[in-house]
Ligand binder design. Structure first.
Ligand SMILES: NC(=O)c1ccc[n+]([C@@H]2O[C@H](COP(=O)([O-])OP(=O)(O)OC[C@H]3O[C@@H](n4cnc5c(N)ncnc54)[C@H](O)[C@@H]3O)[C@@H](O)[C@H]2O)c1
Length: 270
């Protein structure tokens, strides 16, 4: 049996944004690995009900769909409590995965826009972590994974809110890793790599983008190894390697300036 499969077997897992894309692929893969219970939490009622029913058909009694707006702390508390009840008191693995891609010109964004951005891409995870920790402490441990993005290491023009929220989420996750390590609550930051999902909206994902299943598989392997930072594709490995390296600063600057100029001229490159 693979080490990865063993890690998820008999576990109770919760995935926010579980009704679509990478979150849904994480749920399907964990069920295939023998997870005992998997909770899909999402704001999209129609997709959630459809996907939860489909998965429950394949794994009867092991799947629960919960409607939850992760920007609302009470909603998240309630969702975590219901998930623990479904898991007979346990939550072993929590993926704070729900998030949105945010783009636009800085000058056109208001403080309200920034607050909304942090609510969905950052505070959602704070709420999930806060609600799950007492359960994980009581059961003697657990694993919390926050889904960031390669943009945390390659902050891009016209994606200021996305860059800032995901970099903040990475900082939160990695600091908590050391705060809770000795309590056997493991924290991991995970980038999915460039992945074909609904998040791209009307923008076409670039050539070479991977499937949600490929992304989920790479994330689940790294999480099973209890890695600090799981990087979803080679582009993210390069971004993370070069981001704060003074020896590569010139190249990083040149690349990101080129992205900014192309975007200003109307070409959406990543
Ligand atoms: N697809 C990529 O290329 C890519 C790259 C880097 C990071 N990510 C990150 O991966 C995560 C998953 O994104 P995806 O690509 O699977 O996109 P997706 O749009 O397919 O899935 C996101 C899910 O989050 C849900 N969601 C949105 N707002 C919510 C809210 N307020 N409460 C609860 N659920 C909410 C949506 O309904 C949707 O089901 C996100 O955090 C995203 O930032 C994606």
């Amino acid at each position: 049996m693979s080490e990865t499969k063993k890690y998820y077997e008999n576990k109770v897992a919760v995935v926010t944004g579980g009704a679509s894309g990478i979150g849904l692929a994480l749920c399907e893969a964990m069920l295939a690995f023998g997870a005992k219970k998997v909770v899909l939490a999402d704001i999209n009622k129609e997709k959630l009900e459809g996907e939860a029913a489909r998965l429950d058909g394949e794994y009867p009694g092991n799947v629960l769909g919960l409607i939850c707006d992760v920007t609302n702390e009470e909603n998240v508390k309630d969702m975590i409590a219901k998930s623990a009840a479904f898991g007979e008191g346990r939550i072993d693995v929590l993926f704070n995965n729900a998030g949105v891609g945010l783009s636009g010109l800085f000058e056109e964004q208001t403080t309200k826009d920034w607050e909304k951005a942090f609510a969905i891409n950052f505070y959602s995870a704070v709420y999930g972590i806060r609600a799950a920790i007492p359960i994980m402490k009581a059961q003697g441990g657990g694993h919390i994974i926050d889904v960031i993005s390669g943009i945390a290491f390659s902050p891009m023009a016209q994606q200021t809110m996305y860059s800032a929220t995901k970099a903040a989420l990475n900082g939160l996750t990695l600091a908590l890793r050391y705060e809770y390590w000795d309590e056997n609550i493991c924290f991991t930051s995970a980038t999915p790599g460039t992945t074909i999902t609904a998040i791209w909206g009307e923008n076409k994902p670039p050539e070479g983008a991977q499937t949600a299943e490929q992304s989920a598989s790479r994330i689940l392997e790294g999480v099973a190894r209890r890695e600090r930072l799981v990087l979803g594709d080679d582009g993210d490995v390069s971004g993370a390697t070069n981001c704060f390296n003074p020896l590569t600063a010139e190249g990083v600057d040149a690349y990101l300036l080129d992205v900014a100029r192309k975007r200003r001229s109307g070409e959406w490159v990543v």
